[in-house]
Design a binder for this molecule. Sequence first.
Ligand code: 4NP
Length: 162
Amino acid sequence: MVKILFVCLGNICRSPLAEAQFNDLTAKKRLSQYFEVGSAGTASFHVGDPPDFRTVKVGLENNILITHLGRQLSRDDFKNNDYILVMDSANYLDVIEAKPENSKCDILYLRSFDPHANGSMEVPDPFYGTINDFEMVFSLIGRSVKGLLDYLIDKHQIPKHR
Ligand code: 4NP
């Protein structure tokens, strides 16, 4: 079982989308059994909150139901996960700072798996943007989670089903 956690700032926009899109992809490929997937925010201001309505809308437009409730990254997350995938450099710095010294958890930029990233490592924060920004974020997360899945299949020798 490969355990992965998507992390953003508020855990109501980008990381719940990434979690749901990764789960959707592995379900379609019949690979769900190999993964345990979650999401969390570095900040506490949306703990217990449902996803932003624009996150839900863009998910539904793509037949993905997003029901995650916001939670904050905790010390245990570093013990309970093999990978933490961050959305931007602020998340990266916050996660690195919170990482216990003995943790073997890999901290990676989700966007590093986007073949069309053009050198950018960031999944931009759409919170102060429009629905168009959420749609743009949805498509770049989609490309990134595909790249991530291919990387994990290869690295952990997960059999590819037909
Ligand atoms: P997220 O977006 O980190 O992708 O969930 C944000 C959500 C809330 C806020 C900022 C970013 N906020 O300032 O409340």
